[in-house]
Structure formats: C-alpha cells, structure tokens
Design a protein around this ligand. Sequence first.
Ligand code: PLP
Length: 384
Amino acid sequence: MTDKFIADLHKGHELNMLAKTEEMLAAYDDVIDLSVGDPDMTTPAPIIEAAYRDSLAGHTHYTAFRGDPALRAQIVAYYKEEYDVDIADEEVFVVTSANMGMFVALFTCLNPGDEVLIPDPCFPVYMDQIRFCRARAVPVPTYEEERFRFNPARAREFVTEKTKALIINTPCNPTGACMNLSDMREIADFAKEFDLLVIADDIYTSMSYQEPFVPIISLPGMKERTITINSTSKNFVMTGYRLGWNIAPAYLADAMRKTNDLMVFTAPAPSQRAALYALAHRHELMPAVMDEFRERVCKTAERINAIPRLSVLPPMGTFYLFVNIKETGLSSEEFVYQVLEKAHVLLMPGTAFGAAGEGYVRIACTRSVEELTKATERIQSAGL
Ligand SMILES: Cc1ncc(COP(=O)(O)O)c(C=O)c1O
C-alpha cells in the first residue's frame, strides 16, 4: 500500500496493542475479552430516556459553543456539591469526550518542541496526541513499590527549560493507582515551583475505593494553572455518548473553544442532555454501578493473588488491575499471547501503556463477576 498522500506525522504511527485487539479476539470463538475499558453495562435507562425525550423536544441542533447552558450550570453545581470547588460558567467547556478534551487542551497549549511530563505507565493516547502537536512526551516512571503514584521528586530529574505541562491521572488507567491529598499537595508544589500547566485527567473519580478523590483544582493556587479533563464515559458508563468537559481558566477555555470550533463546533446535543440528566440524578443512578465495579475488582484481585507467580496490589480505584507477572519469567507481551492461546482470555500487556509497564498486564474488570471468575480460573489452569 502506498503512503503517498499521508502526512509525515502518521508515518511510523504503528497501531499499538490496544488497536490490535480486534484481530486477537478473532483468534478463538470463546475468548473472554478483558482488554477493553468499555464496561459491559448499558447506560442506565433513565439517562437514555432523558436524551430521547429531550431530542423529541427539539434538542437536535448545535448548542452554544461552550455547551448547553443547562449542562454548564449542572457541571458548576456538581463541582460545588462534590468537592466544594467554585467554578465560574466561563471556565466550563463541553467537549465530545475526554479523548477530544485532552487533544483540544494539548493542541491549544503546546508549541512545537514543548515537553510534557506524563506518568509511565499511562493511557497511551496521551503520547501520540502530544506527538501530533509536534511536542514531546517525557515519561516519568511510576513504580509498584510507590503504589504507582506520580512522584514529583523523581519528576524533577526530567524537567528541562522546555517543560511546559504535566499530565496527571488519578484514579489511574492502567494501574488503578489513586493519589491522596498529600500526594496532590506535593504535585501542586512541584507544578508551582516549575511554573507548569497541569492537565488533570479526572475521568474515573467515582471509582476511588480507599480514599476520596481530591481534584487538584481544589488546592490553593492550582485553578489558574490547571485544565481538568472529565467525561461521562466511565463515571456514568456512557462511553458511546462521547461527552465530556474541560475546566480551565476563562482565557484558556476561550482559546480551546477556537480549537474545538475547527473540529466539531459543539458536542452532540442529545449527549449533552443525557449528561445533564446523569449529573443531576447521579445519587440515585450510579452508586449501584460503582458498587458492582468495586466488587469485580476486589474479587478478581483476590483470585489473582491466589494464582502462583501472579500478584496485584489491593484495589485502589478504577476497574483495572495491573497484575505483576515478573515471577513467570515472561515478558508482558509473551504473557498476553500465552494467556490468549492457553486460556482464551485477552489481556493488555503493561508495555502498551509505556516502558515502565514491562512485567505487568492489565485486566479490565469490564465483564461480569461470573466471566471474571471463569477468566481467572482459566488463567490459573494455564499454569504460566
Ligand atoms: C485515562 C483515560 N483518559 C481518557 C480516556 C478516554 O475517555 P473518553 O471515552 O471520555 O474519550 C480513557 C478511556 O479509556 C482513559 O482511560
């Protein structure tokens, strides 16, 4: 195949393991897929019905550029009620998903050659998005011994005069790590010392099992240097709605609007109405779903820890488990291929999330407890 008309940036942009899963799933007809971060649950029916009702009532158009005013007001109320953070309407910017929110933020803020510190392992899309902005992602390793928290003392070694921003993600995909108040304070001090923009990917906030989630914008002096990325994908099991929001100082929200205009104008109106309903009714709709995720990760972690040569930290957050496979003597990729072949279970190698993921595999507890049980039994029988 020719690549004659393709931009240089795309060349050498290999599909990573996340994108190869379709092929791997087709290998056997009874594969249990624990590779994807898209839960098996359908969005709660009242949210779907609200989107339908509001569409029939005429919410089928472009909305205001920064998002439906009713949704923006609900987002402002959400941060006040959940975290006692005051956000002004001009600081809210509705986008089509966290993925898009991150790209819009990076595209709006980065100049060619700028460097962005990212945790390693991390959600791999960050690296390519930064590269597509002609900037450079600088991975800062995180370690199991430090419960995979982003360690500012280590990050200092990676700061140069080109460092402009730092991405944090807590609760974290893929490690499940959660940073507590004192971790966040250290990160805030670090960002202020080096005058960095912080981009906080806060999309798993409801899945914080041990300690409450602390938004970095709630810490003194951080709102003016932070872009918060959020979405309904995980906290409201609404991945297909493609709806999120960025919170940023008004001048940055305004600049992001210009970037967003070039791509989509506005997020889909029905999805915005769905998000409005989801946020307003979160207390009645979501606790049962979050309890289900907690049960899945806790039970699966127990089973994994009972398998010789595998271990995992007690679940802290998200629906992911980052399993240490070092004692098997296999690389992450070898382990994944062997588990697929011998157990017909599809996992993600830790290296799909960065070099520091070697020696680990990610289990996404996005299937039922029964399927997760079957999968762990099969993995145990594979005897790796
Ligand atoms: C850490 C992280 N950020 C962003 C995303 C993208 O989320 P969205 O569906 O809102 O684009 C994901 C999806 O898995 C994720 O894990």
